[in-house]
Write a protein that binds this ligand. Structure first.
Ligand code: GLU
Length: 480
């Protein structure tokens, strides 16, 4: 395989070049991440180009969603994002230069003529390719008719790309026809735009999905005709679902915004998961950004399709949730908690959530669960009690036990140890196991049958709030 010879003298420049026709999906985010890491690893530049030349399908909302997704993943690009459509005049200028030098030619074939050509090829079971009918004709024969500008592609030989992931890939020149560079209205084609932009942006390494490998042969032929340096190519295998089929929505191929908003994932978890999806560094499972920058290389990218595994992503997310700073987690769940409460969180609420966070985050897999399981701390009395908790409260003798505990707690010092001693004392005196007292107590105080450690919860809630919640249950009529 070739080394990085063509461009090492220029320093590494990579780019992410999304087409803004939808959200930043998980595959695009991985491509962006790989380009980012490669550039940072080499102390180079990571550029962003929005390929908005498809004027019908490109939308401002999609551009905004892509930039938002990049920022959320903290994939900061160097300089301003380049908007491809705005550079049309430059693209056309390059095509006209090629026309002048003979590297391109005018094709006056009409749409009907080309359709007849393709029909004949179909009938003869030949591949559908432009047959070069204007390649060697005198353009004067076209008169004043509309024409397209076609690339005079090399003939008779073959080209090899030393792809950093795919290895050496060879394609015969004759498999590629003379592609259109300028349409009859003078507008540049996508293939031309990519080549010109990569050159003008100084891109040294093209890292992208392997669905672009065929394009690479057309692009490098054009690059060669222009006498420009050829970038290093690395075409990474697309992501497939766990069942081996191409990744679709069914597999969880959502926009990164959905991982943030609907699934409550942390960006560092999504990043770590995407990094490991198709790239490996020994058995290391959890790799943070600085290590990723230090270790990332193109050699570590596998050739086989990567399999998307939602369970694994959830596992990685739970890991990062446990590591996350408590104050940050409070900030992250605050909007969800406030929406559920229907009111803003006070400073006291936030302080309470932060003190409870050490335990809460161990029990949640994502921010949605974390917000839900945190709610009881900040609910307003009388707190909502779910069905399981209500059953515990409604059990025979449960209310009496709660009332007895309430009386014991009213006398206790308000520390987790003293609270525990008081609750145990009630259980012992009643001759029941601790759980018989603790479960209804938990239900009354948290509104749920499961929660972080009961004594810590009582301690954090404070005497007044905790006793008030018990009172609410003691005086409330049992459910019918
Ligand atoms: N705009 C192309 C895409 O979104 C990427 C082209 C490239 O990376 O060269 O698939």
């Amino acid at each position: 395989m070739g080394d990085e010879a063509p461009n090492t003298e220029r320093g590494v420049v990579t780019r992410f070049a999304p087409s803004p026709t939808g959200f930043l999906h998980i595959g695009g985010a991985r491509t962006a991440l790989f380009n980012y890491l490669y550039a940072r690893h080499h102390g180079g530049r990571f550029l962003l180009r929005i390929e908005d030349t498809d004027r019908v399908r490109s939308t401002d909302a999609a551009v905004a969603a892509i930039l938002d997704g990049m920022r959320w993943l903290d994939l900061d690009w160097d300089g301003d994002a380049v908007m491809q459509f705005a550079r049309s005049a430059r693209h056309a200028e390059v095509a006209r230069g090629l026309l002048a030098s003979g590297g391109a030619y005018k094709c006056f074939a009409t749409a009907d003529e080309l359709e007849a050509m393709r029909a004949a090829q179909r009938a003869a079971k030949q591949p559908l390719r432009y047959d070069g009918r204007w390649r060697d004709r005198d353009p004067a024969e076209g008169g004043g008719a509309p024409y397209v500008v076609r690339f005079r592609a090399p003939r008779g030989g073959h080209a090899t790309i030393a792809d950093k992931v795919q290895g050496n890939v060879t394609v015969a020149d004759d498999e590629l026809d003379d592609m259109v560079l300028l349409r009859s209205d003078g507008s540049p084609t996508y293939m031309l735009a990519v080549v010109v932009d990569d050159y003008d942006m100084g891109v040294t390494h093209v890292i992208r999905g392997d669905d672009h490998l065929n394009n690479a042969f057309r692009q490098r032929a054009l690059i060669e005709a222009l006498g420009w340096p050829e970038p290093v190519y690395a075409h990474i295998p697309l992501i497939h679902g766990a069942d081996g089929a191409k990744l679709s929505k069914r597999h969880g191929a959502l926009g990164v915004d959905a991982y943030r908003d609907e699934l409550g994932m942390l960006p560092e978890a999504v990043e770590n998961y995407l990094l490991k999806l198709g790239w490996g560094h020994g058995d290391d499972e959890f790799i943070r950004r600085p290590q990723a920058i230090e270790w990332f290389d193109l050699d570590g990218i596998g050739r086989g399709p990567a399999r998307f595994d939602a369970k694994k992503l959830a596992h990685v997310n739970a890991h990062y949730l446990r590591l996350a700073d408590d104050a940050r987690l409070v900030d992250l769940i605050a909007p969800r908690v406030e929406a559920a409460l229907g009111r803003a969180l006070s400073d006291t609420d936030r302080a309470l959530l932060q003190r409870g966070m050490g335990e809460l985050k161990l029990r949640a897999g994502d921010l949605v669960e974390l917000a839900t399981s945190s709610l009881f701390y900040v609910r307003t009395r009388p707190i909502a009690v779910d069905a399981d908790a209500q059953r515990l409260i409604d059990e025979a003798a449960a209310r009496d036990l709660i009332a007895t505990v309430r009386a014991a707690l009213a006398e206790a010092d308000w520390t987790a140890a003293a609270i525990e001693a008081a609750v145990r004392g009630v259980a012992d005196a009643a001759g029941v196991k601790l759980g018989k007292v603790a479960q209804p107590l938990r239900a009354a105080v948290t509104g749920s049958a499961t929660s972080p450690g009961l004594f810590e919860v009582l301690d954090l809630l404070g005497r007044d709030e905790a006793l008030g919640r018990l009172d609410d249950v003691i005086i409330r009529e049992p459910h019918a």
